[in-house]
Write a protein that binds this ligand. Structure first.
Ligand code: NIG
Ligand code: FE
Length: 388
């Protein structure tokens, strides 16, 4: 297999604790060797082995491509009005999801696929090399299955979120909708999905309903993740831990018991600062989670309602400025943390055997992601050993 050397990297982020002291496993004046689609070696440029090809990083920073473990890209329509209203003082209401459901149902397969491709490309340009995405704007058997089929054409990390809100047709029969989500809809959707998710929240699904949804999904071989404790305190986080979910996402309103439960579990807390930014909500208490020893991931939650950003660098900057994460913590959470939230060990790190997913920054250090907010620092992206 051909080997390629990338040399003259001012700072390389490996996320390999053996390269400590920082968990980012930083190497200065670094190089790496790619063999096929994998990392074969990392070290100092001066120690680099002979390879077939060589690429000069020209003093840039290289870090693992971002792992965005939470997005909702299968949608149509626009909710600028709703955003405008919020920015004039109105509160975020999850009921806005219905606007997107109507537009998504009315869209063609081609339009939905084009939308996913567009936002995926947008994310890739900003350094995201793995992206999870969900259904949840169809809410009929056919529309949810279609959303997942479209999503699966673009990513392996596909999540069934039939339990986003109760479908409008079932407004008077939420129990009937849960039966659908755990029955015929699950049967139609499971073949396309790896994960099952539920919006456990007042106005969406309560703890018992959410447990029924996740348990049915698990029985079909889907792995659980949960939209938990976003708008209010509630049972979502504890349920995620109870069912050994890979991740509890949002975690904006947490009791001490919620934090303890996460700290004593393998469930990752995925924080989505784009949502708090775009809904003018309180920030999740990242410090409290990190200080308790919880594994924290950062993701965009990219969706047209609560967080219309595909930018992981933006989320890193918000996490540092407003959620009091250190730059190193935020960078780790946006790469290795996202990989943990997807139970993946082949991404989110640049160590021998990992997939060669690289983000090049026009900067001497990854800290510039937060130090220079809003600046398009990502100048080159490689996925599986190839420049994209
Ligand atoms: O993660 N919380 C539920 N779902 C999305 C919002 C979806 C929408 O407003 O369209 C979220 O924030
Ligand atoms: Fe979400």
């Amino acid at each position: 297999m051909r080997t390629t050397l990338v040399r003259n990297i001012t700072t390389l982020v490996t996320n390999d604790p053996d390269h400590g002291p920082s968990p980012l496993g930083l190497i200065q004046d670094a190089a790496l060797v790619i063999e096929g689609d994998r990392i074969a070696w990392t070290g100092r440029t001066a120690d680099a082995p002979a390879t077939d090809d060589a690429v000069d990083a020209q003093g840039r920073t290289v870090l693992p491509g971002f792992v965005d473990s939470h997005s909702h890209l299968v949608f149509a329509g626009d909710r600028t009005q709703e955003f405008n209203a919020r920015m004039s003082g109105q509160a975020y209401k999850a009921g806005g999801i219905r606007t997107t459901v109507a537009a998504t149902r009315a869209a063609s397969d081609e339009a939905l696929g084009a939308n996913v491709a567009r936002y995926l490309a947008e994310a890739l340009r900003q350094g995201t090399t793995t992206l999870e995405t969900k259904s949840g704007y169809g809410l009929t058997v056919a529309d949810e299955a279609r959303a997942l089929r479209v999503a699966a054409e673009h990513t392996d990390e596909v999540t069934y979120l039939g339990a986003h809100i109760v479908a409008p047709e079932y407004a008077d029969d939420p129990a009937g909708y849960v039966d659908l989500v755990t029955g015929a809809m699950l049967d139609a959707c499971a073949p396309y999905a790896r994960w099952i998710d539920v919006f456990c929240e007042k106005g969406a699904f309560d703890g018992d309903q959410a447990r029924a949804v996740l348990t049915a999904g698990k029985a079909k071989g889907l792995l659980p993740r949960v939209h938990a404790n976003q708008l209010t305190y509630g049972p979502g986080v504890q349920l995620a831990v109870e069912l050994e979910a890979a991740s509890a996402d949002h975690c904006t309103h947490l009791t001490d018991a919620d934090v303890d439960a996460l700290a004593n579990s393998a469930t990752v807390a995925t924080l989505l600062p784009g949502a708090e930014f775009s809904t003018r909500a309180q920030w999740p208490d990242a410090r409290r989670l990190l200080d308790a020893g919880v594994t924290v991931a950062l993701s965009t939650d990219c969706n047209p309602g609560s967080s219309f950003t595909s930018s992981m660098p933006f989320c890193v900057a918000l996490a540092v400025r407003d959620m009091k994460m250190t730059p190193d913590e935020a960078i780790w959470s946006a790469t290795a943390g996202g990989a943990a939230a997807l139970r993946r060990s082949d991404i989110g790190r640049l160590t021998p055997g990992a997939r060669a997913d690289l983000a090049f920054l026009d900067a001497p250090s990854p800290v510039h992601l937060a130090y220079r907010p809003g600046v398009p620092l990502v100048s080159e992206v490689w996925r599986a050993g190839r420049r994209v």
